[in-house]
Design a protein around this ligand. Structure first.
Ligand SMILES: *Cc1c(COP(=O)(O)O)cnc(C)c1O
Length: 480
């Protein structure tokens, strides 16, 4: 076969990667119909349903040379992936930390993927990079950082924590020979992604001080002070303090002003994990509860939690952009000085990623189309619903934790006889079997505790009333 014929032959097949406008329209329409069907059924559908397929259907249809029509592909998706199990898009999701997925973000993703702008380096995608940095500066302004701070749109809070902690390590000069004498302060309620980041950053062998907490699971600043001072007396090097602005378990906010001041005084790097709680700063009440965040050296905040965006976007901020760059630059040392001359820093110089998804667009589009007000209202609604639940569940005879600081309530039913742990396990199972709402549990002081975590933009008062009525019904049944 001549070279010309060979090229023509493969070109014919290769061109299938460039569907015509008519083909695009047909496939797109089916995808849109599927999405609409999904969205329209959300309100009446279940938040949780045990799922027999568990994705196994996918394996029966292996990737091969054979094309599959879109209708069949969507059927497979529906059967094996989008069947509930836990449906994070449901407003009935009140477990863990609920996700969201505002619709306009999906359209932002669609356009980001169609245009495939390069968001890693300024000269390659100046608009895309400027958009990301503009969003970073907006978040920096919200939390009270100077706009000269560095920041990055990450894939989520875990990578954001990793970037913050690696930066802390380098900025405080914790080289390998110093790891074992360097001290990290945190509480047992710090998110596990913090411990994971510490390990990945090579800091596993640092001395960990788990600071005692008060009865609301907040770091005790007095205990922290004593620990730091004792460590200094013993010639150790306190270097990192991790505070939580909204813990996952109980929604508690550490006393950021007090512990931030201690970090400053003793020269520790102060890292605040506000992945869950940070965006409550948009509300008046949240802003006052989160006071002290602005004292941190690095901060993590998740738009795919508190801004209700679909999974896949977190934010890390570092007060000193140069320190962030020193840990993450990707070429030579001279880039560090070039940074200031550049119009905009490149995300690739501030994170482990080079090429990255153009995440800015999914965040920018909903904020532009709606303005900030609906987001603020939605966060306020979640805080009010948490207060409402806290009050109403007590009327049903439940014990509760303290009034919610943000939007998490802990509670349990203590039956007049028998094991409370066992009772609440049964109760949890019964709520999940009902399936309209989904709740999760945790262990606090060794006790089995139910959690109410309100952060889905689709959760409204009627959702909470559904949960309350299921709890009431099931307690009645179980105590009979
Ligand atoms: C969710 C969460 C994280 C981890 O973030 P991901 O986006 O899931 O990686 C870290 N810290 C807290 C407090 C969280 O709630």
């Amino acid at each position: 076969m001549s070279l010309g014929r060979k090229i023509a032959q493969v070109e014919r097949l290769a061109r299938q990667l460039e569907p015509s406008a008519a083909t695009r329209k047909k496939v797109r329409q089916e995808v849109v119909d599927y999405s609409e069907d999904f969205l329209e059924k959300l309100a009446k559908g279940k938040a949780y349903e045990a799922h027999s397929d568990r994705g196994l259907g996918l394996l029966k249809s292996p990737i091969s040379d054979k094309p599959t029509p879109i209708s069949k592909v969507l059927k497979l998706l529906k059967k094996s992936v989008d069947f509930p199990a836990l449906n994070p898009a449901s407003g009935g999701h009140l477990g863990y930390i609920p996700g969201g997925g505002v619709y306009y973000a999906a359209l932002g993703d669609y356009m980001a993927d169609v245009t495939n702008r390069y968001a890693g380096v300024f000269y390659a995608g100046p608009g895309a990079v400027r958009m990301e940095n503009m969003l970073i500066r907006w978040v920096a302004g919200l939390v009270g950082y100077p706009i000269s701070a560095g920041g990055n749109l990450t894939s989520g809070g875990s990578i954001a924590n990793l970037i913050g902690i690696c930066t802390a390590r380098d900025a405080k000069g914790v080289t390998a020979d110093r790891v074992k004498r360097s001290v990290i302060y945190l509480t047992r309620q710090a998110h596990h992604s913090v411990e994971k980041a510490i390990r990945i950053a090579g800091l596993k062998e640092c001395i960990h001080r788990y600071v005692p907490m008060d009865e609301s699971y907040r770091m005790d600043a007095g205990e922290l002070k004593n620990l730091i001072e004792a460590d200094m007396r013993n010639q150790l090097t306190p270097f990192l303090l991790v505070g939580s602005a909204g813990t996952t378990d109980t929604g508690s906010v550490d006393p950021l002003l007090e512990i931030g001041a201690l970090a400053r005084k003793h020269g520790l790097w102060f890292h605040v994990d506000a992945a869950y709680g940070g965006f409550f700063v948009l509300t008046r009440e949240g802003k006052s509860k989160l006071k002290g965040m602005e004292l941190s050296d690095s901060l993590v905040i998740d738009p795919h939690k508190g801004l209700f965006l679909p999974y896949g976007v977190g934010v890390v901020l570092v007060r000193n952009q140069k320190a962030m760059n020193a840990t993450h630059y990707y070429q030579a040392n001279y880039m560090q000085d070039a940074l200031e001359a550049m119009e905009e820093p490149s995300p690739a110089d501030l994170s482990p990623e080079l090429t990255k998804h153009f995440r800015g667009l999914r965040m920018w589009l909903p904020l532009k189309l709606l303005g900030v007000r609906p987001f603020r209202a939605c966060l306020e609604e979640k805080m009010l619903l948490a207060k409402y639940f806290h009050a109403e569940v007590q009327k049903l005879g439940f014990e509760t934790g303290p009034p919610p600081e943000l939007s998490v309530v802990t509670y349990r039913y203590v039956p007049s006889k028998g094991s409370a742990d066992l009772f609440n396990k049964k109760l949890l199972k019964a709520v999940q079997e009902d399936g309209r709402v989904f709740i999760s549990s945790t262990l606090l002081n060794g006790q089995f505790i139910l959690r109410f975590a309100c952060l889905s933009f689709r959760t409204h008062r009627e959702t909470v009333d559904t949960l309350l009525s299921v709890l009431q019904r099931e307690v009645k049944r179980l105590t009979r």
